[in-house]
Design a protein around this ligand. Sequence first.
Ligand code: HDE
Length: 714
Amino acid sequence: MKNSKTTNQDNSDGKQNDLEFNKSSAQNEFLTTNQGVKINDDNNSLKSGERGPSLLEDFILREKITHFDHERIPERIVHARGSGAHGYFELYKTMEKYTKAGFLNDTSIKTPVFVRFSTVAGSRGSTDLARDVRGFAVKFYTQEGVFDLVGNNIPVFFIQDAMKFPDLIHAVKPEPHNEIPQAASAHDTFWDFISLMPESMHMIMWVMSDRAIPRSLRMMEGFGVHTFRFVNEKNESHFVKFHWKPKLGTHGVAWDEAQKISGKNPDFHKQDLWETIEAGNFPEWELGVQIIPESDEHKFDFDLLDPTKLVPEELVPVTIIGKMVLNKNPDNFFAETEQIAFHPGHIVPGIDFTNDPLLQGRLFSYTDTQLSRLGSPNFHEIPINRTIAPMHNNQRDGHMRQEIAVGKVSYHPNSLGGGCPFQAKMDQGGFVSFNERVDAHKVRARSKSFSDHFSQAKLFYSSQTPVEQDHIASALSFELGKVEAISVRERMLGLLNQVDANLAATVGKNLGIPVPKDIEKPINHGVGADDKGTQELSKANQNIIHSDALSMLKNPTLSNTIATRQIAFLCTEGVSANSVKAMKTALQNAGAKAIIIAPHLGTIVSEEGTEISVDQTYKIAASVLFDGVFIPAGKGIADLSKIKEVKEFLNDSYHHCKFIAAEGEGTQIIKSNSDIKDNDPGVLLSDTRSDNNLSVSFIKALGKHRFWEREKTL
Ligand code: HDE
């Protein structure tokens, strides 16, 4: 029954209760075995005499060790490294013109969600700051069943057909003979594969950009990647692309910084997400859709079914329809973040698939993978995976079945069970696939309309600012510099040359090899046999050579907020408490956090004689873990020059293009550092103590995130 679609029911509570039911706490309880027998001694195994052999009959020891032996489950074959959070989705305006999905029709419904962010290539224990695509998977617990939007932070993908996915992943994972390198694409097998797959060039531009090294999971865009369908009550279909736009803007870090963060704090993103949610600074994203009428399917000079292409926002604007707020950390990482099972095939009435051949392959893969990862077709019964919609069917048994299905009828049709459970008609909320007409020959081929691999790679590259283009060239030089096979490097230069000749020349110079004149023919994937693709596309975006939305620095939705940014205050005994307080208050009022760093923990005594609590020492703190740095005034501040970590801190901040501010005596620390140019516009100095103008300009500067222009002077 389509029962509660129009009711104003707070579903977030519904899900919480469902999960609550499975929670356990040992507070004020006896220790027991799994069978509920109270344990008298949990420190000693049962032995034949105090110094004798352990006895096989020790059911308590055996139960404990056996359970321990099986605590690990296989990690995800891709996206193993992840961080998750609970939250909710709220709709701003009804989308009923396009879709009948209840949670996208009724603005009074608050839909609970669980989101899992991930890297792709690394193992479960790998670093957060690997250069990689980030998974952005959202499970909506809607009143009509579970809808999973299993996307990435990049709107396109490496390959066009599911057939190539195992090859792509084999190529990027550590090389099989020596299991090196972990969580990195900078190695021969990855670039060998890519150099033979021109269709990956658009995605490669994104992965070599700073999108692949985000500052925070909270500062990434998300994309559904494939074209999906919205289907309305009249059974009309529109194509739809999904976008998540972060309220905090989209920001990356410097590559050298990413590598250092991986050493200083490999859990940087996981911890950042956890701590901001604990602090009540709930991250938010707005959900946007690009909607394309069925009649416009062939209007573009790319194919909507090709997952290596995006629809430029200049051609089809993104309409913002709602927001997602993440407001609760999981209680148990394993039970929730690890056991959650996403699937692009989890859709609800009103949403449907297209024939994107990558999406079609995914529709098989995700149930299949849970069978080996979670071990049973009953993974939907794990609390985090349960639907909040009523669930009844004739599926039975299997490993670890939780439900006790009563009665003898487990088949349809039946008369002995009164015909229950009933099939739902379409107007009762039954899912009916969109009745797309398909009339074609059975072929193993790729559509001709998929064969332009470079136009959008060029569009992406040319839409970047010069700084962003430099970062792409540096990333490619790093990655290909780690490749040993010269032939692979050469082949890559040939492909890059088709994106941008200057880019290829810069990378070639760094690699010490000329850009090859004869470009190797791309591998032929059997393009051209499909009848649909032979249609002439009408080249609607031929004129788009620039799209600001593709650049992180020019993106019109760029946010200048400094909310939740971490600013390091370099302090020591004799620092001015007034100077610290004035800047700290100004930053806090703007939503940022001041972290007091000093030679020792506990408290330091200020110039004014008051005590200041210390958050971190110079042994723990590192510039790469902060967004900006401030050196306060104070008679004792000159002592900072005696602390060797301070120089490293400031130099790293400077090299990573962070904004640096100092006032009063603090300015001397900058002026005496020969590695820092004190006339650099990103270095803000003031001789005045507790300078209000300084804090105003520092906050404004921090809102720009980085002073990337400095790179030219380094
Ligand atoms: Fe996935 N992918 N994928 N993928 N994917 C998995 O499913 C797969 C693809 C994505 O946080 C696996 O439960 C195939 C595109 C995310 O749990 C697996 C193909 C996009 C996550 C799988 C793709 C994604 C996965 C591994 C090509 C962006 C993590 C464990 C046909 C739109 C979800 C699992 C989480 C996870 C297969 C391509 C996103 C093996 C076969 C394109 C965010 O089933």
